[in-house]
Design a protein. Structure first.
Length: 254
């Protein structure tokens, strides 16, 4: 069960995209540190499976919401606050991607990726941020990507969306710091999840491994420490920061 004396004891956290992959790992990590966790995703069956797993570790709750729809996103925050009273932590881990040459991306591709990866993050930050600003405290952690730091062939629209997440993180951090709300980001290296495992060719996987000094892919649990740190009082003077959890990928010059 969640530790009553953990770094996040007594905190309420909303983890959007918390039904699988990185988001679910962070939700489990928050529970282990004493938080009360609400996860959200648009797939009700996946949500039910995630909750069955997470509830074994502590007080976990969940709501289905399609974050691509602004009204649904606002409704999610409203329901969460109505049921749980307040939010101390928001994690934006929702995401989608498509791999193809830049000249082949369609308007539909653009709309789907930007709506999930960027617009929904902005709306969630708006809605939860308004609540946190009213309380004078709160921590937001956005999940970015290595694609926010380097150009990747085949990932033009995804890269644009993640560059936007970093810009949003720094803009909100600057604007909201005087009012007690911290906003930070994590840029994961290559973690094989439901989002990318089947989309990446063997050649692309090999290329990533060749650029990663640690010589392996990350395990989603290795992102938990950074998320807990940024959400906790240990990071009380940290805002506008991006922690790169990438096995040395961005540090490598070759």
């Amino acid at each position: 069960m969640a530790g009553e004396t953990g770094q996040l004891a007594g905190r309420n956290a909303l983890v959007i995209g918390g039904t699988s992959g990185i988001g679910k790992a962070i939700a489990a990590g928050f529970l282990a540190q004493g938080a009360r966790v609400v996860v959200a995703g648009r797939d009700e069956a996946k949500l039910a499976r995630a909750l069955a797993e997470l509830k074994a570790s502590g007080p976990a709750f969940g709501y289905a919401a399609d974050m691509r729809d602004d009204a649904a996103a606002r409704g999610l925050v409203a329901v969460t606050l109505a049921h749980h009273g307040h939010l101390d932590i928001l994690v934006n881990s929702q995401g989608t991607t498509a791999l193809k040459p830049a000249v082949d991306f369609t308007r539909e591709d653009w709309d789907a990726i930007i709506a999930t990866n960027l617009r929904s993050v902005f709306v969630a930050c708006q809605e939860v941020g308004r609540h946190m600003l009213g309380r004078g405290r709160g921590a937001i952690v956005n999940i970015a990507s290595l694609a926010a730091h380097r150009g990747w062939a085949g990932s033009a629209v995804y890269g644009i969306s993640k560059h936007g997440v970093l810009s949003l993180t720094e803009s909100l951090a600057s604007e909201w710091a005087p009012r007690g709300v911290r906003v930070n980001a994590i840029s994961p290296g290559v973690f094989l999840t439901e989002l990318n495992r089947d989309r990446m060719s063997p050649e692309r996987k090999a290329a990533f491994l060749g650029r990663t000094p640690m010589g392996r892919f990350g395990a989603v649990g290795e992102l938990v420490g950074a998320a807990v740190f940024l959400a906790s009082d240990a990071a009380s003077f940290v805002t506008g920061e991006t922690i790169r959890v990438d096995g040395g990928y961005l540090a490598s010059g070759i």
